[in-house]
Design a protein around this ligand. Structure first.
Ligand code: ADP
Ligand code: MG
Ligand code: MG
Length: 252
């Protein structure tokens, strides 16, 4: 089992404090959902875990099996087993989707231990089939001209190919129609198990109809203010966030 622990994390963007002491602990074999209103710092948390240079950690810690994640470069974090599916995946012209994934896999495996081309292609075909993606998407430039739904599906393809210890999925459900949502959920559910833990950031309970989380957290104003089980997501869907604010005495 692996564990990702975030302790009293404070993060600034351009001198403004966005995260004000986030505490969170995830094990592999668990799916955690983070919900919360817009602008509360959910994407900031995801970026800080992955080491985006714009996000400055001013105090607190992130550890993966006791190792200091904050001391690692971005590529070292990926190598250690962290993966981020971004809210807005970037387009990279001139690099095909398949090449991008093979490079990422090989960077993780290390020199002298590269995946064979045959094995890579076989696995890519199999996963693309599973995610109902047309074969030609492997040969297209990364995310270039991909629809919103195709980008999200592609993030899950990367997740399944890279097999990280922890996947952080930032609004993987946004902009998806119901069929795409089902496929994306199928991919995430297929990853569930001993060696994989997941942090799903979402605005909507809808995603959680397809992926039942083990834990649900509410984030507000830069902190995780409440945690519970699946029933918490249902209550948020039905009643919104006002009751949480009232309960905790949070002012807008
Ligand atoms: P969420 O994902 O919960 O909607 P974000 O983490 O994206 O929230 O944003 C939290 C706060 O940080 C917001 O007030 C937002 O305006 C600010 N913020 C996010 N990214 C940037 C950035 N790159 N530059 C400046 N401010 C930012
Ligand atoms: Mg947002
Ligand atoms: Mg966000």
């Amino acid at each position: 089992m692996s564990t990702l622990v975030i302790k009293d994390l404070h993060v600034e963007i351009e001198g403004k404090e966005i995260l004000k002491g986030v505490n969170l602990s995830l094990n592999t074999n668990e799916v955690h959902a983070i919900m919360g209103p817009n602008g509360t710092g959910k994407s900031t948390l995801a970026s800080a875990i992955m080491g985006h240079p714009k996000y400055e950690v001013t105090s607190g810690s992130i550890t993966l099996d006791g190792e200091d994640v904050l001391a690692m470069e971005v590529d070292e974090r990926a190598k250690a087993g962290l993966f981020l599916a971004m809210q807005y995946p970037s387009e990279i012209s001139g690099v095909t989707n398949a090449d991008f994934m093979r490079s990422a896999i090989n960077a993780k495996r290390g020199e002298g231990n590269e995946i064979s081309l045959m094995k890579f292609i076989r696995e890519l075909d199999e996963k693309m089939d599973y995610l109902e993606m047309p074969e030609e998407m492997g040969q297209r430039y990364l995310n270039e001209g991909f629809s919103g739904g195709e980008k999200k599906r592609n993030e899950i393809l990367q997740l399944m190919m890279l097999k990280p210890k922890f996947g952080i999925l930032d609004e993987i459900d946004s902009g998806l129609d119901i069929d795409a949502l089902k496929v994306v959920s199928k991919g995430i559910n297929a990853m569930r198990g001993e060696g994989f833990g997941c942090l799903m950031i979402t605005h909507y309970q809808r995603l959680l109809n397809y992926i039942t989380p083990d834990h649900v957290h509410v984030m507000m104003q830069g902190r995780v203010v409440k945690s519970g089980g699946e029933e918490l997501a249902q209550k948020l869907e039905a009643e919104g966030y006002d009751w949480v604010k009232q309960e905790l005495g949070i002012e807008d």
